[in-house]
Design a binder for this molecule. Structure first.
Ligand SMILES: CC(=O)SCCNC(=O)CCNC(=O)[C@H](O)C(C)(C)COP(=O)(O)OP(=O)(O)OC[C@H]1O[C@@H](n2cnc3c(N)ncnc32)[C@H](O)[C@@H]1OP(=O)(O)O
Ligand SMILES: O=C([O-])CC(=O)C(=O)O
Length: 374
């Protein structure tokens, strides 16, 4: 007899393994990395301190941090072969596909030959991902072969310097640090789980990260920051937003940047990125998108008890920093690679191949029918 559906859609709420890296929603809406509250990290730490924490389990001393900075800076330059591959990717490719291909290409040229080298390759990806995005972007949109090194001390500053080809202002650097910290890690989210599944086969670190990038790309996951931008920019004013949102909810449309698979009442990253969105909007003297976003937040809670997730206020924040919309999700990659690779290390340290079972809901056993008799 064929079994009934186990109805475990999305594996929601099921514990699929252990981690020492992160807790999500333990007190309803809490988020910690290695025991540290996200609000403290976002306020007091740099992204490099957080990346080090995830990679090694402890916050760095100042000596460890300067050595980490030096390692990261030393690895920024892209191999010529990677630049050549980036030049061949079409201009109309989605930048997330560029990140996926860039990561994969890097892994063919700077291969991980042994797991003993994993920490070097983690630093390599953290150092080079901004350059991969910026090189492809400037080659295709500005006809320039940029240098993928910069004077930028941090990954935040380096990325902004490569993107804008000028020294970024300190408000933008601080905002980018906070954003990269908020996006760094989130337990067994879809892309991290994909990375762990890949890692559990004992594949190389670039293959596992490539799988994760492809998974983050979708609009139900990391791609929601771009989709949220499309949403808020389709509204003319807060009143227009309210009116149109009501229609969308009636049609049962998905409202991008709202809701979460784990959090039930709020996403703790929202309060932080919302503050940065307000600051940046005020700094550019244009709070229209911020006001529209706030009205969306109010309507969504009133109508559906749905709240903005980490992606929603990232849209107005990045937009007012002058970042093109389709580069939003690649920034998520530059950050989340810290979390993915920490999970890959953790999986490797205590590995068993991840291979769950399926509840079978197909046809009853039946006799084979020859081709001519069908
Ligand atoms: C960094 C990140 O990846 S955060 C997530 C980014 N993704 C988005 O913002 C996309 C929009 N949001 C969504 O699609 C969902 O909320 C997800 C994918 C994040 C979570 O999905 P689920 O765990 O299945 O959501 P959940 O079980 O809470 O859904 C409950 C109900 O609310 C509805 N709902 C959830 N989110 C939304 C939304 N954004 N807009 C409209 N309705 C929604 C669901 O359709 C469901 O309705 P139903 O019971 O009538 O089917
Ligand atoms: O945890 C999730 O399902 C999605 C998410 O918020 C993230 O990956 O940051």
């Amino acid at each position: 007899m064929v079994a009934k559906s186990t109805n475990t859609a999305g594996l929601r709420g099921q514990v699929a393994g252990d981690t020492a890296l992160c807790t999500v929603g333990q007190s309803g809406s809490g988020l910690t990395y290695c025991g540290y509250d996200i609000a403290d990290l976002a306020e007091h730490a740099s992204f490099e301190e957080v990346a080090f924490l995830l990679q090694y389990g402890e916050l760095p001393t100042s000596q460890e941090l300067s050595s980490y900075h030096e390692q990261l800076q030393a690895k920024r330059e892209l191999p010529t072969a990677v630049c050549e591959i980036l030049e061949r990717i079409p201009k109309d490719a989605h930048p997330m596909d560029v990140m996926r291909t860039g990561c994969s290409a890097l892994g063919t040229i700077e291969q991980e030959m042994s797991f003993d080298e994993q920490d070097d390759h983690i630093v390599n990806m953290l150092a080079k991902f901004p350059g991969i995005m910026a090189y492809w972007y400037h080659f295709h949109f500005n006809g320039q072969r940029i240098a993928t090194t910069s004077d930028g001390q941090s990954i935040a500053e380096h990325w902004l310097a490569l993107l804008t080809q000028k020294s970024p202002e300190s408000l933008h650097i601080d905002t980018m640090h906070a954003s990269l910290i908020l996006y760094a890690e989130h337990e067994f989210n879809a892309s991290t789980f994909a990375a762990r599944v890949a890692a559990s086969t004992l594949t190389d670190i670039y293959s596992a990260v490539t799988a994760a990038i492809g998974t983050l790309r979708g609009p139900l996951h990391g791609g929601a920051n771009e989709a949220a931008m499309a949403l808020i920019s389709s509204f003319e004013s807060p009143d227009d937003a309210e009116q149109k949102l009501m229609g969308m909810l009636e049609r049962k449309d998905k409202i991008m940047g709202f809701g979460h698979a784990v959090y039930r009442t709020s996403d703790p990253r929202n309060v932080v990125i919302k503050q940065w969105s307000k600051k940046i909007s005020e700094a550019v003297g244009d709070t229209r998108l911020y006001d529209i976003s706030e009205r969306c937040e109010k309507v969504m809670w009133r109508e559906k008890e749905l709240f903005p997730n980490a992606d929603f206020y990232h849209a107005s924040t990045y937009h007012h920093m002058g970042i093109p919309t389709d580069l939003f999700t690649p920034i998520f990659v530059m950050s989340r690679v810290s979390g993915w690779t920490a999970h890959i290390k953790e999986q490797r340290a205590n590995n068993r191949i991840i291979r769950p079972s399926a509840g079978y809901v197909g046809a009853e056993p039946r006799a084979f029918v020859a081709l001519d008799d069908r």
